[in-house]
Design a protein around this ligand. Structure first.
Ligand code: BG6
Length: 486
């Protein structure tokens, strides 16, 4: 049986992710009484701070990043005093001795460790944890992306982790898996009889997954310029969404079975080889433009140097298995697009025969739109007859059957994805974490695309900030007679 951790050891505690997401999420869990009040939380970084300095920093981060209705000022101090700052040079294993002290009887506790550091520090950190005896059977480790920049480098990281933590104690984070609507996708597919009989190539015509962002580099230029949209967003979040849409029903909702089904999909992705790269992918880079009514500089200006990194990518993907034979999955993501919006769009097939044709009515195929953000809602577009006596023909119109999760569950707090993931890490449930075989299947497929880009000397096409990406992305779907759902 997995035991709930009694210590959470956070590395990279003064970094951007920890301050914006992890610590506010931990506070929110604490305020709702969801983490044990005695949970020890040593937080490490290399800066020289006292625990009180660190607590002030975290207090300010909570104020800044947690929505007002979730702050509960009265409980802040209770939480902050559970935090303890430990200055540590993660590149020096010998310096890890201080942790045993911070953890009390470190070797015998149930420890959840979370690495929110640069991946270059993963190996030395793990060496340090080993050196201090913090990798025993009762320790588990959470790792934040990027886990490598290609298959080979991700294997190096995975090997380094595996040397100290077996797979069942390794929790690879993809924060999209902590999002409420992503969970809801499973509820929709497997909690209803309605969709599953049609959820295949006979019932579905095409699928689109779009993650559109308005922001640009936001101070992450070095990281982003090395990554680009394909590695930053498609390799992880979008492929995980695709896997959840396309997977077979697992027999049970547990870590082994859900991940077994996802990995089968990831291994069934048709490779986009050197020939297909030019026809099945479009890459773009934003130039200057206007977003949210504000003028913004182009990518190169923000970066301050020449670069061929893509800030937009659109792909036509196939899942080569029985269920999905011939169904295109169109994926698109980019920065500095007009709206912050993520959705999964499923277009069902046309009815086999229209009884209304002689009466002049046009029947549109049904569509299911699963909106992840900014608002969570699910909308099923169905055909309905316009009211009237129909003397001059029947008119059918597409109307939405809307399920707004925000209003249907108005009383429930909207949680940060990391709240769920941190709690799962503390409680030891790996269902929503990414297994090594999944990450490696993802990288293997992504590496093929990047090889095609290099081979074809593809460079990103310019799109003005605030537009929907390069026009070639429209061509990608229009060639198949399909339009992006906007
Ligand atoms: C991160 C990427 O993984 O996801 C960022 O590194 C991106 O570039 C972010 O902005 C998007 O996450 P969300 O939850 O805001 O859609």
């Amino acid at each position: 049986m997995t035991l709930t951790a009694d210590s959470l050891l956070l590395f990279g505690a003064t970094g951007d992710l920890a301050q914006r997401m992890l610590l506010p999420s931990l506070f929110a869990l604490h305020a709702d009484g969801l983490i044990p009040p005695q949970l020890a939380m040593p937080c490490t970084a290399d800066g020289e701070l006292t625990s009180d300095d660190f607590r002030s920093l975290v207090g300010a981060a909570i104020e800044r990043y947690l929505p007002a209705e979730r702050r509960r000022p009265g409980t802040a101090w209770d939480f902050l005093k559970q935090l303890r700052y430990v200055q540590l040079d993660a590149s020096q294993p010998e310096s890890f001795g201080v942790l045993s002290k911070a953890l009390g009887n470190g070797g015998t506790r149930n420890i959840a460790i979370f690495l929110s550091t640069a991946p270059s520090l993963f190996s030395p950190t793990i060496a340090g944890l080993q050196y201090t005896g913090l990798t025993g059977e009762r320790a588990r480790i959470g790792l934040e992306k990027p886990l490598g920049h290609d298959l080979a480098s991700s294997r190096v990281i995975n090997d380094a982790v595996a040397a100290a933590f077996p797979e069942e104690r390794t929790f690879r984070v993809d924060h999209y898996l902590g999002k409420e609507t992503v969970q809801n996708l499973l509820a929709l597919r497997f909690g209803n009889w309605l969709f599953e009989p049609l959820w295949n190539a006979s019932g579905i015509d095409q699928v689109q997954i779009s993650v559109s962002e308005t922001m640009g580099l936001e101070g992450r230029s070095n990281f982003y310029d090395d990554a680009g949209a394909l590695r930053d967003m498609v390799q992880n979040h979008m492929l995980q969404l695709l896997a959840l849409v396309a997977m077979e029903p697992p027999a049970h909702y547990n870590a082994a079975e859900v991940r077994d089904e996802k990995v089968k999909v990831l291994r069934s992705l048709r490779s986009i080889d050197r020939t297909a790269a030019a026809t099945h992918t479009v890459i773009g880079q934003y130039g200057a433009g206007a977003v949210d009514g504000r003028l913004v500089p182009g990518y190169l200006e923000e970066l301050g140097k020449p670069s061929n990194t893509e800030t937009f990518v659109a792909l036509k993907v196939h899942v080569d298995n029985w269920r999905w034979k011939g169904v295109p999955f169109y994926l698109r993501t980019g920065k500095r697009l007009p709206l912050r919006e993520s959705e999964i769009f499923i277009q069902f097939r046309q009815v086999p025969h229209s009884i209304f044709e002689d009466r002049g009515a046009v029947v549109q195929p049904n569509k299911l739109v699963i909106r992840l953000q900014p608002e969570e809602n699910v909308s099923l577009l169905v055909m309905a007859k316009e009211p009237g006596l129909d003397r001059d023909g029947i008119r059918l119109r597409e109307v939405p059957l809307d399920l707004s999760l925000t209003s249907a569950f108005a009383g429930a707090p909207r949680r940060i994805a990391y709240e769920r993931l941190l709690l799962d890490l503390i409680e030891g449930d790996p269902t929503l974490f990414v297994r090594r075989d999944e990450v490696e299947a993802q990288w293997a497929w992504i590496d093929g695309i990047r090889d095609g880009w290099v081979f074809n000397q593809m460079t990103p096409r310019l799109y003005p900030a605030g537009t929907c990406g390069p026009s070639a992305a429209i061509g990608l779907t229009e060639r198949d007679g399909v339009s992006w759902h906007d």
